[in-house]
Design a protein around this ligand. Structure first.
Ligand code: ADP
Ligand code: MG
Length: 572
């Protein structure tokens, strides 16, 4: 029988594990791996930087529940991918990174791009290994896939020395391993369910918090039923948005601070009490709040706050258990309760403030007016990718998500530069859902100008693959804020820009739109509401190639006054 190469064994093992997408940057020694993957029917997406490739692969993991592969070369290639692995692990998203490394017989000799890759990856992954031989490759790949999706999802790393890639073996000697199934589903003990239900029924000010763990668990139907059946207010976290639609009458996102502060019983569905939820502590939370934690990770229980009930299990399964109790003994939180009245009043007040900001006449666009027009024209089924400081924060409060897993952003790790990689991944999935040239859903990437810069070269990837992506850059000439072109000229006259220009500033009025047209996509420069609307309508209507709308807003535009700063600090 004809011998098989290491590259072929890797590709076949990945195919057996139902890996459909491989993102990467090829070079010595992994180019044959990418070619073998294609020959096995895996789609290979060549990216322009390993970091973006890893972001893209991890987004596939989150959106589909099965990992994609990020393929990188040795040394610097792998080091660039570490950012993506750290981001995936922080977000609890599955991804499998495969890194080529220098030949085994050159270890410690100062080989080309030699680096202790297996050791380096340990901090950034759940599982890290180098197969001991060609025949062990399928078992290691199965374990990498399994570790990435079983338990709390995360990153896995498989190291492939260059000499293994082209080494050959009689296929009869390859240890075959079957496809790893979906993760086992666990239920919470019935006694814990009863205690949790009693806590909810006795609450005066209950609140459900829906996190991205609930989105990953595909718990939308059961959580929607729980919200409605029990008449409970809910608050989504950024990527929990859309699990139950933001437009649902029970969504209290418009009164977020009040809801967190006032609640006496909170059920956390797949959300951690980390910085994003202000550690669950005062003054953002009621000191006596009782937390019911629903999570599949036992170590998470009690992080920062000791829970009144810890429901260990899969969110969809545990929510079904909770629902069973409420089906047996129906109960609904009174809609005329003080808590609902208070929340509704606060939401109405906040909605007025936001509307006033969006419609306030101003010569230049600002965050609120730009998002007002964008929200009016976005298709309800589009996937939103968003990053940036004000752009992401203000956009999140204004863009309503109707569908689960339709929002990707800087996430738990607060990573800037993820947007374009995420958009490539989401657009691949949307495109592949409509293989016969039907109209795929749009992926709309709403980026701050600084955030865009981290991975801007992926525009070429989007144009090369003709992906259905619309990028909207909310361009304020800087990080947090920038200066206008007249002020910039004054700065130039004052002296060396490296000493006089505020560190937050970027070149004013950058023509990011021309970058898109340079690659064959459509670029628009807009300064007014009318130009913004026209360009949005045009780029969303006749879909031919990716588009980029460069929205120049007032560089002094800021967010409205908040009751609390976004970052909770210790009072040391
Ligand atoms: P968010 O950023 O939305 O607050 P986090 O990423 O902090 O969400 O938290 C997600 C939580 O969901 C993690 O603690 C993770 O262990 C948990 N999780 C992920 N998938 C599941 C699942 N299928 N069932 C239960 N918990 C899950
Ligand atoms: Mg900016």
């Amino acid at each position: 029988m004809e011998e098989v190469t290491g590259a072929q064994i890797i590709a076949e093992a990945l195919k057996t594990q139902n890996v459909e997408y491989m993102f990467g940057v090829v070079g010595v020694p992994v180019i044959e791996v990418a070619m073998a993957a294609q020959a096995s029917g895996i789609k290979y997406i060549g990216m322009r930087n390993e970091q973006s490739a890893c972001y893209a692969a991890s987004a596939i993991g989150y959106l589909t529940g099965r990992p994609a592969v990020c393929l990188v070369v040795s040394g610097p290639g792998l080091i660039h991918a570490l950012g993506g692995m750290a981001n995936a692990n922080s977000n609890c998203w599955p991804v499998v990174v495969i890194g080529g490394s220098s030949d085994r017989d050159q270890e410690t000799t100062g080989a080309f791009q030699e680096f202790p890759q297996v050791e380096a990856c340990r901090l950034y992954s759940k599982f890290t290994a180098r197969p001991s031989s060609l025949s062990a490759i399928p078992a290691v790949i199965e374990k990498a896939v399994r570790c990435s999706i079983f338990g709390r999802p995360g990153a896995s790393y498989v190291d492939i020395p260059g000499d293994m890639v082209n080494a050959k073996l009689d296929p009869a000697q390859v240890r075959c391993v079957s496809c790893c199934p979906s993760p086992p589903v666990s239920l919470a003990p019935p006694g814990d369910i009863t205690s949790a239900v009693t806590l909810i029924k006795n609450a005066h000010r209950p609140l459900l918090i829906i996190g991205k763990g609930a989105a990953y668990a595909r718990a939308e139907c059961v959580l929607g039923e729980l919200v409605e059946r029990c008449g409970l207010p809910f608050l989504p976290t950024p990527m929990g948005k859309g699990v139950v639609p933001d437009t649902h009458t029970h969504c209290v996102a418009a009164a977020r601070s009040r809801a967190l502060q006032g609640a006496d019983v909170i059920v956390l569905f797949g959300a951690r009490l980390n910085w994003m939820l202000h550690f669950g502590s005062a003054p953002r939370f009621n000191t006596h709040v009782k937390i019911i934690q629903v999570d599949l990770c036992p170590e998470e229980m009690g992080n920062n706050v000791r829970p009144a009930a810890a429901l260990l299990g899969d969110i969809r399964a545990v929510t079904t258990q909770i629902l069973e109790e409420f089906r047996k003994a129906p109960w609904s939180f009174p809609q005329d309760s003080e808590w609902w009245v208070e929340l509704r009043q606060k939401m109405a007040v906040n909605a007025e403030v936001s509307k006033a900001l969006a419609l306030a006449p101003s010569p230049m666009l600002n965050y609120y007016s730009a998002f007002h027009h964008i929200c009016e024209l976005l298709p309800p089924d589009c996937v939103i990718v968003s990053e940036g400081a004000n752009t992401m924060d203000i956009g999140r409060t204004m863009i309503q998500q109707q569908l689960p897993r339709h929002r990707l952003d800087a996430g738990t790790f607060g990573t800037m530069g993820v947007g374009l990689g995420f958009a490539v991944a989401a657009a691949m999935l949307e495109r592949d859902k409509c293989p016969h040239g039907n109209d795929p859903s749009r992926v709309v990437c709403v980026e701050g100008d600084s955030a865009f810069g981290f991975s801007g070269m992926e525009l070429e990837t989007m144009c090369r693959l003709k992906l259905p992506v619309l990028i909207i850059i909310i361009n304020n000439n800087g990080i947090y804020s920038g200066v206008d072109s007249q002020t910039w000229k004054l700065l130039e006259e004052m002296g060396d820009l490296t000493t006089v220009a505020p560190p937050v500033t970027l070149l004013p009025d950058c023509r990011y739109d021309l970058m898109m047209s340079a690659f064959g996509g459509r670029g628009y420069l807009v300064r007014t509401a009318e130009e913004l609307r026209l360009s949005l309508q045009e780029s969303l209507r006749d879909w031919q190639q990716p588009a980029l709308i460069n929205v120049l807003i007032d560089p002094a535009s800021d967010r409205k006054q908040q009751d609390f700063p976004w970052l909770t600090r210790s009072n040391l």
